[in-house]
Design a protein around this ligand. Structure first.
Ligand code: SAH
Ligand code: DHB
Ligand code: MG
Length: 222
């Protein structure tokens, strides 16, 4: 089974249940045109995030890692009127592109982007009592996933849903000797999950237009 087939099946799924969307397509293209890396969630994954947000009735959403704001737009569109997504981004250029995308999408009042290292922004969110969030999407640098998980717990309540992207990476996650700090970050996170009683978790391997990867799905216990 090949990448070509995974991409073709993703195209088939999109054709059936993800209507062509000029805003999302333009947001994606604006990122590519500005030279941002092509690593946003795929359309089928974006819709999954959107559905998860609706399934948990999310009103207060946190995203760590904005890029061009493609996943942010999917999440923001799941919220009832008057509610908010906060998204954290380190890179000034990524932040500029995504802020333009949020205006283009008519979501400038729904999405609050905080520029800076997530490890600086997260303590501020705690200080400002911006939690608890209903859904948290962790999708920034993978070496810091354990730290992002710790901060997410401080910004959670029983029932908060946490999704972590890119935790399989072509199966490299089981390479015990990996020197890749991203893989090491995921492996340390998994060591934590093995004994963490405050959440229930699973991890799902995925194939599709973005290759072979996967996501972690967690719920904070009551
Ligand atoms: N969620 C986006 C993709 C995010 S890509 C989508 O699916 O559309 C990862 C992003 O995390 C990049 O834009 C990168 O600049 C950002 N990032 C990397 N390290 C970071 C850090 N320490 N703090 C905040 N953002 C960071
Ligand atoms: C990378 C980051 C992502 O968030 C992703 O979904 C795919 C790849 C990366 O840094 O290579
Ligand atoms: Mg990702």
């Amino acid at each position: 089974m090949t990448q070509e087939l995974w991409t073709a099946v993703d195209a088939y799924i999109k054709e059936k249940m993800i209507p062509a969307d000029a805003v999302l397509a333009a947001a994606q293209q604006n990122g590519i045109d500005a030279g941002l890396p092509p690593i946003a969630v795929s359309p089928v994954q974006g819709k999954m995030l959107h559905l998860l947000a609706r399934m948990c009735g999310a009103k207060n959403v946190l995203e760590i890692g904005t890029l061009a704001g493609y996943s942010t737009i999917w999440l923001a569109r799941a919220l009832p009127a008057g509610e908010r997504v906060i998204t954290l981004e380190l890179d000034r250029k990524h932040a500029e592109v995504s802020r333009k995308n949020f205006v283009m999408a008519g979501l400038a009042d729904v999405i609050e982007l905080r520029l800076g290292s997530a490890l600086d922004s997260l303590p501020k969110l705690v200080e400002e009592r911006r939690g608890p969030f209903d859904l948290i999407f962790i999708d920034a640098d993978k070496s810091n996933i354990p730290a992002y998980f710790d901060w997410s717990l401080k910004l959670s309540r029983p029932g908060t849903v946490i999704v972590v992207d890119n935790i399989i990476r072509d199966g490299k996650v089981i390479d015990t000797d990996s020197k890749d700090p991203n893989i090491q970050g995921v492996r340390r996170f998994n060591e934590r999950l093995a004994t963490e009683t405050r959440v229930s978790a699973t991890e799902i391997q995925t194939v599709g237009e973005k290759g072979y990867d996967g996501f972690a799905l967690l719920v904070v216990n009551g």
